[in-house]
Design a protein around this ligand. Structure first.
Ligand code: PBG
Length: 337
């Protein structure tokens, strides 16, 4: 046996030659927040470098991403008004619908995926319809405030169709409801959108790392939490079951979210479902931790970010959804020069 592994680390050139995992801009999806509640870009305090963009300004940010070779965006909308049914989520002139049209007009080759969820559109901040929130939604057998499954899936189907009508290239349902992928798939198919992929948040955990996102997307639950639909962080086997159900229901790609505290789940999902593209969501809290430490000079941002993205890829993710996308793409291009 070769007992001198350092031979393969002798120079930058040989290290580059034997490197097992690469991060490329081609693998990154850049999440963007688009708002109807402001005319100016609004910085998100807990996510330095991230803004809520007014619809009129979103195309410029999309162009900047495309110039860095980032192939895809993931759009989240912040409507000016909210209601118990989340009706802003499926309005023809809704904030995401208008943003998709703007972006597709300005940069037609950039893929635009849209988040399919209601939490940004409901006044109570939950991902779907709640028992007891309107007279029609009274359900005597269920506790007040319980997230209604099938009723919500039906609305999510309408959200997906209206985003598809606006020109979305793919739909990313994030609500973790049972039967959600099948419901959205059949809604899309019946409206002539059989060609659009569903990138499902197949294993999404009830995580403390979504904190800054709730500031960014203004979709925090008024009361209660998401533990009856998002997964218990303790459960890895159950994550495989959730992904298996989404595969059966027709998901075109799978996702594990968050990424860093769930690298084992990413690896297990990659091993169990070798045929599907797998995405990992490097979420807002993961981003905020790096930014906060870097601001204090406690770690070197560029090095930490590229190491994190490499680790997520090494664990088995094909694609990484990350707020670092533009910086990372810039650094990667510099390294190639
Ligand atoms: C729900 C949704 C959330 C995130 C993406 N989609 C928030 C939640 O489930 O509470 C979190 C993303 C992040 O933290 O970066 N629409």
């Amino acid at each position: 046996m070769n007992r001198r592994p350092r031979r393969l680390r002798f120079s930058p050139a040989i290290r580059r030659l034997v490197r097992e995992t690469r991060v490329e801009a081609d693998r990154l999806i850049y999440p963007l927040f688009v708002t109807d509640a402001s005319d100016e870009p609004r910085p998100v305090a807990s996510m330095p470098g991230v803004c809520q963009w007014p619809v009129e300004r979103i195309a410029a940010e999309a162009e900047a991403a495309a110039e860095l070779r980032i192939p895809a965006l993931l759009l989240f909308g912040i409507p000016a008004t909210k209601d118990p049914m989340g009706s802003g989520g499926f309005a023809e002139r809704g904030v995401v619908q208008r943003a998709v049209r703007e972006i597709k007009r300005a940069v037609p080759d950039l893929l635009v995926f849209t988040d399919v969820c209601l939490c940004e559109y409901t006044d109570h901040g939950h991902c779907g319809l709640l028992a007891g929130s309107t007279p029609d939604l009274r359900r005597p057998g269920l506790p007040e405030g319980y997230l209604l499954n099938d009723e919500s899936v039906e609305v999510l189907g309408r959200v997906a169709v209206s985003q598809a009508e606006a020109g979305a290239d793919g739909l990313a349902p994030s609500a973790m409801l049972d039967g959600m992928v099948a419901g959205i798939r059949s809604a899309l198919d019946s409206r002539g959108f059989g060609h659009l992929p569903v990138l499902s948040y197949s294993a999404k955990f009830a995580s403390g790392f979504y904190g800054p996102f709730r500031e960014a997307a203004q979709g925090a639950p008024r009361k209660g939490d998401r533990s009856t639909h998002q997964m218990d962080p303790a459960n890895a086997r159950e994550a495989l079951k959730e992904s298996a159900l989404d595969v059966e229901e027709g998901a075109d790609a799978l996702m594990v979210k968050p990424a860093l505290a769930y690298l084992d789940v990413i690896a297990a999902t990659r091993a169990r479902f070798p045929d599907l593209p797998l995405a990992a969501y490097n979420v807002s809290g993961e981003y905020a931790m790096v930014k906060a430490a870097a601001e204090r000079g406690w770690l070197e941002e560029r090095r930490a970010v590229l190491e994190i993205l490499t680790a997520i890829r090494r664990a088995g993710a094909d694609l990484v959804i990350t707020y670092h996308a533009k910086d990372a793409a810039r650094w990667l291009a510099e390294e190639r020069r």
